[in-house]
Design a protein around this ligand. Structure first.
Ligand SMILES: [Zn+2]
Ligand SMILES: [Zn+2]
Length: 468
């Protein structure tokens, strides 16, 4: 008998952790961090304690309390019983935190399956940031930390679109989809009761709708018994949006000025990165990237399909932040950062403002300290190219952004295209796939699917669904 249990993403956006069981095979579809449930109890100065192993995460419901799933070291600190892993694999759809980050807690004997590009992105993320208990996806250091400890690597298996593989008694087919990060996939899982299919995060209005349609077409032919589908924006009003529109709007803003320009976007969104590279190029402006984002260029430029320049490319400038002594001394920067700082294309804030008409800075709110060093004259430009705030905390940050804009007399613009499908597109996907049952996740409005489809399962977190 096939069983599905949803341990996250039920009435919330993200935190996907779906257990699929068929005979003796147990697979998790994604194992992400649930931001909203974490924020319910924790904030900046109160966090789950790493010193308590896995206990804080289990007790507060940030992780499901299931046997045979987690790292021995974390279970031991929590004084929990250690048992052999009982899960055969995790299938990861894409590299976003709300799908990937809580793999950090899993036992290293559980293999993780992901796309090649997804693997590159996770490598860049691991390299650019400090190790943290909630961010040890590819490898971890056993706790309590000892000086000589080497990282324990997880078993990573890369897959390709359309190439099937087996896990226990089931067969899995990954198929590429379009989302705001490259290397995103949906899955068809051929179970003993028929194909169950999972979209991950998808859209039809991005740069590659053909990829999402490849998924839809493939699934359509398989007569799915179950469709697990995201619904992030299902209750939002329809609006005209596309990456092309982001490009033309940004180009019009940039071409009308020779002043300083800041573009605030998520660097993992490679479509957006390409858009701003193109806007820069057409206006004879080089793209200034943050030191931490240079890691993404280093890894993503290895994937020829992505067509991303490396950090030493002539169109790229790396921004050197003020650290340590404040004098830009060699000793102020970490060993790993130095490879990016030795080239002629590494500039500090003063060099950037001196050449303001020749650069487009990929710098957002968290780099606003640079404005103090730049002291731009009024009339500079800030292009916010990410989703508008939707939580209370984001609203507060937004007010701070606006205060900086007012203080320095900077003009603000909004240009964005979302990573998630609009309701009309989601409805089209459901109608085309026409599954026997629909499991709505990654949305706070799952009931909206009932408007167009009769067999929508009203999900409860932690409950097991068995009649496919
Ligand atoms: Zn997501
Ligand atoms: Zn995502």
């Amino acid at each position: 008998m096939v069983r599905l249990t949803f341990y996250g993403a039920v009435n919330e956006i993200g935190g996907n952790k779906i257990l699929l069981e068929d005979k003796d095979t147990k697979i998790f579809l994604d194992f992400g961090k649930g931001f909203s449930r974490r924020a319910k109890f924790f904030e900046e100065y109160i966090n789950p304690r790493a010193s308590n192993g896995i206990e804080d995460f289990l007790t507060m419901g940030l992780l499901p309390d299931i046997e045979g799933l987690y790292r021995d070291d974390l279970m031991k600190i929590a004084e929990r019983e250690i048992v052999e892993p009982k899960i055969d694999a995790v299938l990861l759809t894409h590299a976003h935190s709300d799908h990937a980050d809580y793999i950090s807690f899993l036992n290293e004997k559980i293999p993780i399956y992901m796309g090649e590009t997804c693997h590159l992105i996770l490598q860049a993320i691991a390299d650019r940031s400090n190790r943290h208990i909630e961010r040890e996806v590819l490898s971890y250091i056993e706790r309590p930390h000892s000086k000589k400890a080497e990282p324990v690597k997880r078993k990573i298996n890369e897959f390709r679109t359309g190439k099937k593989f087996n896990i226990g008694s089931v067969e899995v087919e990954p198929i590429h989809v379009d989302h705001s990060v490259p290397g995103a996939y949906g899955f068809i899982i051929y179970t003993s009761e028929g194909p169950i299919t999972y979209t991950g995060d998808i859209r039809l209005h991005g740069s590659r709708p053909d990829m999402t349609m490849d998924f839809v077409e493939r699934v359509k032919n398989e007569k799915a018994v179950g469709l697990i589908i995201e619904g992030t924006r299902i209750a939002d009003e329809w609006k005209e949006e596309s990456e092309e529109l982001v490009f033309t709007e940004s180009r019009n803003i940039v071409s009308a000025t020779n002043r300083l320009i800041l573009a605030d976007f998520n660097f993992k969104d490679v479509d957006r990165l390409r858009t701003f590279l193109k806007v820069g190029k057409e206006n004879n402006r080089k793209l200034v990237v943050k030191l931490s984002d240079a890691y993404f260029l280093k890894y993503l430029s290895r994937d020829p399909k992505l067509n991303i320049p490396n950090f030493d490319n002539e169109d790229i400038i790396i921004y050197i932040p003020k650290k340590g002594s404040g004098l830009y001394q060699d000793s102020d920067y970490g060993k790993k950062d130095k490879e990016f700082l030795n080239g002629l294309n590494a500039w500090n804030a003063k060099e950037i403002i001196k050449n303001e008409s020749k650069v487009l800075c990929a710098m957002g709110f968290y780099s606003f300290n640079a404005l103090i060093d730049m002291k731009p004259e009024p009339g500079a430009i800030y292009i916010h190219s990410a989703s508008e705030p939707y939580t209370e905390e984001q609203e507060i940050s937004q007010e701070r952004v606006n205060a900086w804009m007012d203080y320095f007399g900077i003009n603000k613009y909004q240009c964005h295209c979302s990573g998630h499908a609009r309701s009309k597109d989601l409805f089209q996907i459901v109608q085309e796939i026409n599954p026997r049952k629909l499991y709505p996740i990654h949305t706070t409005n799952p009931e909206m699917y009932s408007k167009i489809f009769k067999n929508v399962v009203d999900l409860t977190e932690g409950k097991t669904y068995s009649s496919m």
